[in-house]
Design a protein around this ligand. Structure first.
Ligand code: HEM
Length: 411
């Protein structure tokens, strides 16, 4: 027996989404007392979902498609056109495997080593200075990203691209001049990547076969053809850009360390489990990616609600990470909650849910955790620093701006 989905009245609620930010879906879940409801966003009907079972539904690829799910302004800035995010079924699995094949023990080990070295390099010259962690992290991560993808450039050349890489995620959902700056940075970066792909394909530069740059340049699609170089460029940027975006989490990590001094003091930094729990709680507690979007593949009914073909559907990532049905005291920062976390792929979803290979869960989740773990170890073990007087705040009522607080340290 079907029943109507709770429906928000009014023509469009995009303005409320921008104002209520990360709380938009949870606020309505409370109002309607329902984890499924309908609203209107960016001029179209949208179904919103929040919760564990709802995440399981959202990641059922027989029910949802990613085709035309991302707004065009986001494709032109954040994601790029023709990349893995917009693929479905076999073509998606094949492309996703290209990403996941990079996540070997050896490559992750190299990533940790690079992160440590670049942080050391960044602070070598610094003596009793105030620094903005977010800015430092972007420089460090730009060099880490270039080296890890094995683009054969010097540090000074790598450093030059830091702003372009950041423009793609900092200004992704903006309007007006910021949007255009973001698009311009993406096209500049794509052109630069295409030059490298040509050089690698023609043998003008020789790099190791295991290099991500090499692997992507010579990846063949399901028809056995090389990918268009524009698409390879988009996929290489799907590695470089989000590695630099980890700067947002590093900023929030420094805030977490400030706000939870006792927890940090008690933590044994050599205990992998304790460090991992702290990092997981940073990714659960703070906002980053607000929600994931898909469209209904073919009309279906779930728990009595009809999901009509083509309807835009949003899964609340932030809300699910703060869902009181899943997390005890969700608004308290408690790393120990991860001691006995069930490891379900559908309840802790800061970087999307479901499976890596067959679903759209973030390809870079292990990279993110490893970089954050290496970073907290560096700051605790190798750096002497204090927090100068400042506001320890971030804004979580505002999308599109990122939840950065620009923590300053005296190092
Ligand atoms: C997908 C978040 C870091 C590569 C995603 C998704 C989210 C996300 C929410 C989409 C999930 C969905 O659509 O269902 C984040 C956050 C990061 C981060 C918050 C922290 C900075 C990374 C890193 C990489 C990466 C470091 C690569 C090195 C990707 C790729 C996809 C993806 C390739 C597309 C997966 C697919 O469509 O199958 N990420 N990510 N991400 N992420 Fe990340």
């Amino acid at each position: 027996n079907n029943h109507p989905m709770p429906k928000e009245k009014g023509i469009d609620h995009t303005i409320q989404l921008l104002k209520e930010g990360y709380h938009f879906i949870m606020n309505r879940k409370e109002k309607f007392d329902s984890r499924v409801f309908e609203t209107h966003l960016l001029g179209e009907k949208a179904i919103c979902l929040v919760g564990k079972e709802e995440a399981e539904l959202f990641y059922d690829e027989t029910k949802f498609t990613r085709k035309d799910a991302a707004p065009s302004r986001v494709k032109k800035t954040l994601f790029g056109e023709g990349g893995v995010q917009g693929l479905d079924d076999a073509p998606h699995h094949h492309r996703k495997a290209m990403f996941m094949s990079l996540m070997t023990e050896e490559k992750l080990q190299q990533l940790k080593q690079l992160t440590k070295e670049e942080w050391e390099k960044e602070f070598r010259q610094i003596q009793d200075e105030n620094i903005v962690v977010y800015e430092k992290a972007k420089s460090v991560l730009t060099r880490v990203a270039m080296k890890w993808v094995e683009i054969p450039v010097e540090d000074t050349e790598a450093d030059k691209w830091s702003d372009e890489l950041a423009d793609m995620f900092e200004k992704a959902a903006s309007i007006g001049p910021k949007h255009w700056k973001s698009r311009y940075s993406r096209s500049k970066m794509e052109e630069w990547m295409e030059d490298w792909i040509e050089k690698v394909r023609s043998g003008k530069v020789s790099i190791s076969e295991s290099a991500p740059l090499y692997q992507f340049s010579f990846h063949k699609d399901l028809d056995g053809e090389l990918l268009d170089k524009q698409i390879v460029a988009v996929e290489l940027l799907n590695l470089l850009r989000p590695i630099v975006a980890i700067a947002v989490y590093i900023d929030l990590l420094m805030l977490a360390m400030h706000d939870n001094k006792d927890e940090v003091a008690q933590m044994n930094i050599d205990d992998e489990k304790q460090v991992t729990n702290f990092i997981q709680e940073v990714r659960r507690f703070y906002p980053f990616f607000p929600f994931a979007g898909a469209r209904v593949k073919e009309t279906f009914t779930w728990n009595g609600y009809v999901f009509e073909e083509g309807t835009l559907t949003l899964l609340d990532l932030y809300g699910t990470n703060h869902d009181p049905a899943i997390w005890e005291n969700p608004n308290q920062f408690q790393p120990s909650r991860f001691h006995d976390w069930s490891r379900s792929p559908f309840d802790f979803i800061p970087q999307g849910g479901g499976e890596y290979l067959i679903g759209h869960r973030c390809a870079g989740e292990w990279i993110t955790v490893d970089i954050l773990k290496t970073t907290i170890k560096f700051f605790v073990q190798q750096l002497a620093f204090t927090y100068p007087k400042q506001k320890f705040e971030y804004d979580n009522n505002d999308i599109p701006p990122l939840p950065k607080c620009e923590i300053r340290l005296r190092a």
